[in-house]
Design a protein around this ligand. Structure first.
Ligand SMILES: Cc1cc2nc3c(=O)[nH]c(=O)nc-3n(C[C@H](O)[C@H](O)[C@H](O)COP(=O)(O)O)c2cc1C
Length: 222
């Protein structure tokens, strides 16, 4: 089949989201200028670069057409936290997606524990195995269809990373199979990471490998 987005695709459900999978879920915590904690999942989430690390989440508008609370808080306070979403935390992740009044504490709503951050004000989700403290860098706003289509892409620089020790293996790697991160597919579908495989680029040298490993500083070329 072929279709142009915006025109009829002829299927009962829009296939687009199912064509970009799996998407990691950025479980984003923020705090409002008057101190209310907010928590919401964003599957339009990604790392942008790694040295120094930057991440982004893309927040569409609320059903009412206004900006989402995570967007407003990140812009107004200049800070947000990424928490990794896992299979064990899936129900809490889902509860925190409810469209609530900005005055409601969504850590309480989701039933998760607040852990203080070291460099930023928003709390971390204590139960999440990996969290990143981020400083707001920039918003990119893309126009879209209807009340929800316009999107605010929030970019932040990662200034601190927490990894629970029990999820670091003896050989110093993050134990993804123990963490069991969840990711979004299309429709109402999710996937969980419960297997992995390793590949090295054929003929790769030390410098290429430093990019794969995420350590630009190890590259010997200037
Ligand atoms: C797994 C999952 C992923 C989601 N991803 C996004 C997303 O990428 N962008 C978005 O605008 N909304 C997304 N949502 C919906 C938001 O989480 C929801 O609108 C939430 O109420 C926003 O909260 P906030 O206004 O407190 O930021 C997602 C919901 C779920 C359950």
């Amino acid at each position: 089949m072929f279709y142009e987005p915006g025109n009829d695709h002829g299927l009962p459900f829009d296939p687009f989201k199912s064509c970009v999978v799996p998407r990691p879920i950025g479980w984003i915590s923020t705090i409002s200028p008057d101190g209310v904690s907010n928590l919401a999942p964003y599957s339009q989430f990604q790392n942008l670069t790694f040295d120094p690390p930057y991440v982004m989440f893309a927040a569409n508008q609320k059903t009412s057409g206004t900006r989402k609370d995570s967007t407003v808080n990140a812009e107004q306070t200049g800070e947000f936290v990424y928490n990794m979403a896992t299979f064990a935390l899936r129900e809490a992740v889902n509860k925190s997606a409810r469209e609530t009044d900005p005055g409601i504490d969504e850590f309480d709503l989701a039933g998760v524990t607040k852990a203080p951050s070291k460099l930023v004000k928003p709390f971390r989700v204590a139960e999440s195995p990996v969290q990143m403290e981020c400083r707001y860098h920039q918003t990119l706003r893309l126009p879209g269809t209807g009340t929800m289509g316009t999107v605010d892409i929030i970019i932040g620089r990662v200034v601190a990373i927490h990894i629970q020790d029990e999820y670091i293996t003896k050989d110093g790697k993050i134990d993804i199979l123990k963490i069991r991160p969840i990711c979004r597919l299309g429709y109402y579908d999710y996937a969980v990471i419960d297997n992995l495989f390793e590949m090295v680029i054929p003929g790769s040298n030390h410098d290429l490998c430093s990019g794969m490993e995420g350590a630009a500083g190890k590259c010997t070329r200037i």
